[in-house]
Design a protein around this ligand. Structure first.
Ligand code: ZN
Length: 440
């Protein structure tokens, strides 16, 4: 009505007069589009509610729902991996894959720059059956991150932040510039090798397609590649795979068909499968143990020479995790652990060259530094307390008079003047109150 130029000058009551009759003569079908439009306007006029961070609350709820659905889906993948093997014997032979990365840095926009990867294949029966490791050239350090990268490297993995000769993709042209084409090819090689190993990680049961559509992921009918790591490393592993896939320029969707799962949950469910219980929190503690942090042969060659803890080598992280899993699972599944399950604690190179006897306990005991008073039970009888360090004869004033007299050797009932040796501890208030009757 308002859009009609003839009505522009009319006020609202005049418009009602003009079109009231028309509206009254309209049937429900004719009125419907106008009524719907009116409802829509009312809905749009509702003020959105914002959270304290300024995000629309409906949007945040929706994102939270999506996140929870995704977490449920990941849990379902782990459960299926444990229960899809019909008998325990085949579960013992089933391969699980563990993956870890070291990084140069992480940009604020969420981009991870990987510089080392470690991946192992593990089964309960055979332990670690396959290990993959390489250093990756992450490219130029992003602007403003040199100090962060340097400090991170020095504090943890000690991988040079640029021009690392062992890193794949670290190729230079004759003019000294980076050979980007060679780096892309190196990434392609790494990605293909990793996904070739991970072929066996896919579930046999197809649980993915139905559940994935729930949270609007790609219409994948295939099960994803699956790797395990500690929950705190999940974002890093996922981010690094994404970086490799994008820079390899093979298939931009490849990293989306790759899921990083919780190794703590896996351990808990593997124990449950044998009819025993091991709560998640206990399993979490199992995988935090530091027993194998410095076991020989756990880290890659470079980090073995560096003599860093297994937590600072990508290969060390995943191998250590398998050792800790074996520590629990071998006993639960009645498997005799081999050196593929955990490193031998015996060191064949160790030889005792000379026996040095411990100091004899019968030798003269010295007085402990903080205790200089003579004690018949503890000190040798020949030792005398030097006069200079004897406490003064005067007792603290708050001591009861009767006790004071007894302590310093008051008149005896036998008439003989006794000289009582004062227990020096009482003078300093040590053992105060002992032997003094209360409320006398
Ligand atoms: Zn390493």
């Amino acid at each position: 009505m308002r859009s009609d130029p003839a009505n522009k000058a009319l006020s609202l009551p005049e418009l009602v007069n003009k079109y009231g009759e028309v509206w009254r003569n309209m049937g429900p079908e004719e009125r419907k589009p106008y009524e719907d439009e009116s409802k829509g306007i009312r809905v749009n006029r509702t003020r959105p509610i914002y959270t304290t961070t300024g995000v629309d609350i409906n949007l945040e709820r929706e994102q939270e729902n999506q996140r929870m659905l995704y977490e449920d889906y990941l849990k379902k993948l782990v459960e299926t991996a444990v229960i899809e093997e019909k008998d325990i014997e085949s579960l013992k032979n089933k391969s699980f894959f563990f993956m870890a990365f070291n990084v140069l840095c992480r940009e604020q926009n969420g981009t991870w720059y990987p510089n080392e990867v470690g991946l192992v294949e593990y089964s309960i029966r055979n332990g670690i059956t396959n290990a993959y490791h390489c250093f990756i050239d992450p490219g130029d350090i992003p602007l403003g991150y040199t100090r962060v990268a340097k400090e991170h490297s020095e504090a943890t993995h000690k991988i040079p932040i640029c021009n690392f000769v062992k890193a794949r993709g670290n190729n230079r042209l004759e003019d000294g510039n980076r050979d980007e084409e060679a780096r892309r090819k190196a990434y392609q090689g790494i990605v293909l090798e990793i996904f070739e190993i991970l072929k066996k990680s896919k579930l046999k049961t197809n649980v993915a397609s139905k559940d994935r559509s729930k949270y609007e992921m790609d219409d994948e009918t295939e099960n994803p590649f699956m790797v395990f790591c500690l929950p705190k490393q999940k974002n890093q592993v996922k981010g690094c795979i994404e970086f490799l896939c994008k820079n390899a320029q093979l298939d931009q969707q490849l990293h989306k068909n790759f899921e990083v799962l919780d190794s703590i949950l896996l351990l808990s469910l593997l124990v449950v499968r044998m009819g025993k219980t091991r709560p998640y929190a206990v399993c979490e503690g199992d995988l935090m143990v530091t027993t194998f942090d410095y076991s020989a042969g756990t880290n890659c060659e470079y980090h073995e020479e560096m003599d860093v803890s297994a937590d600072n080598c990508a290969l060390g992280v995943v191998k250590k995790m398998c050792y800790l899993l074996s520590d629990i699972l071998c006993s639960v599944y009645n498997i005799q652990p081999t050196d593929k399950h955990m490193p031998s604690q015996a060191n064949d190179d160790f030889q005792v060259e000379e026996f040095v006897p411990l100091p004899s306990f019968n030798s003269t005991r010295s007085v402990p530094v903080n205790r200089y008073f003579h004690d018949n039970d503890m000190d040798s009888h020949s030792m005398e307390v030097p006069e200079t360090i004897r406490p003064p004869r005067q007792l603290p004033s708050e001591f009861p008079n009767s006790y004071l007299r007894e302590a310093v050797g008051g008149p005896s009932t036998s008439g003989e003047k006794e000289k009582k040796v004062l227990d020096p501890r009482t003078k300093l208030g040590i053992g105060r109150g002992r032997g003094i009757p209360r409320n006398k």
